[in-house]
Design a protein around this ligand. Sequence first.
Ligand SMILES: Cc1cc2nc3c(=O)[nH]c(=O)nc-3n(C[C@H](O)[C@H](O)[C@H](O)COP(=O)(O)OP(=O)(O)OC[C@H]3O[C@@H](n4cnc5c(N)ncnc54)[C@H](O)[C@@H]3O)c2cc1C
Length: 348
Amino acid sequence: MSAYELARSGMRTLLAEKLPFPRIKVCGGCIAPAGLHRLQAIGMITPECEWHGPALDTVRLVSRVGSIRLPIKPYQSVDRRLFDQHLVEKAVDLGVVFVQGARAVVMPNDHVRIEYEGSTFELRPGVVVVADGLGGSSLRERNEFQWHVSSHSPIGLGAIVQDQRAPRKTSEITMVIGAGGYVGFAPLNDDWVSIGSALPAQLVRQLGPAEAVARILRTARVQDDRIAQAMWKGVTQLTRHRRRIAHKRVLVVGDAAQYVEPLTGEGMSWAIQCASTIVPFAARVLNDVDVTRAWSVHCRRTLRSRGFICRAATRAVRSPGTFRIVANLAKQSTLPGIVSRRLCWCSK
Ligand SMILES: Cc1cc2nc3c(=O)[nH]c(=O)nc-3n(C[C@H](O)[C@H](O)[C@H](O)COP(=O)(O)OP(=O)(O)OC[C@H]3O[C@@H](n4cnc5c(N)ncnc54)[C@H](O)[C@@H]3O)c2cc1C
């Protein structure tokens, strides 16, 4: 997204990606309305895109105390392999040079070392946008960008499974909230289902990914035989932040800047929203203006209210007491439905 916007504004842009595309990304694959609107507004996606999964207008929350169905403003389900590939193709159409299998390292002098097919190249870009996610390694030589990782942080697991028994036209996200973690299921096209989970690292080390996810589900009284067949992929500890997300020529976006609780499915939209506003900051960097503080303030302001809502929603559904109250209210009134719709991130 950043590469697309920079190229659209006329800047010569190189996009270096460590893995060959399309690559697998641990993700529930549900884009919130705010991210969708932004992508549509700049023509990056259209309703005709064939890789779209169904629109999702209901979330079913399941815990050991019961289950609730709540309406939401429609999210879009996407297979991250195809969706991310599509974004890259759109950027390439605008002239972005995309190099896959190229690991980037930002050096202390803001030059970038590219490790590619056994050779090393040094580049001197006017501005460096770091969008290398939670597990990225490109800032490893820059102490000022160090992560602060919570010792209680869960890790992420994800898989895409085929399920011929799944109803073909479901528009429902299922979130199972178990002891210590949760597991989300979102339908993709045809018989495919995307599964994302946040759970304790210790549990995964002890039991392995499939059994650890099955354990979380069992604590919510759910059995699911798709879990054992899935090819699980993991991502590092999720709860973390960087004290600094910009310094001189380097601007950080997306997960590389800050983690957003995956329970509410907003990480992609947060990354999209910030990346889509990068051009004026990059232009100032090219004019030797120091935007270190301005970029941090801008990004944190964009996310502040969402961070609060995501944390509050996560705490509320994790607590069995609150869950029971919401479930009872949902049976008797339309209030929880109105609230759940309003809590969806819809800003354009
Ligand atoms: C379990 C789970 C479920 C989630 N569910 C949802 C959801 O339903 N909806 C939602 O909106 N969000 C969800 N998220 C969050 C979402 O996946 C992220 O917020 C989003 O992918 C962030 O995008 P990004 O571009 O910042 O990073 P990424 O998508 O992680 O992309 C970073 C890229 O950088 C590359 N890279 C890393 N290091 C280097 C290097 N040194 N040089 C070159 N390239 C490098 C990586 O290979 C990768 O391709 C979920 C996350 C988890 C863990």
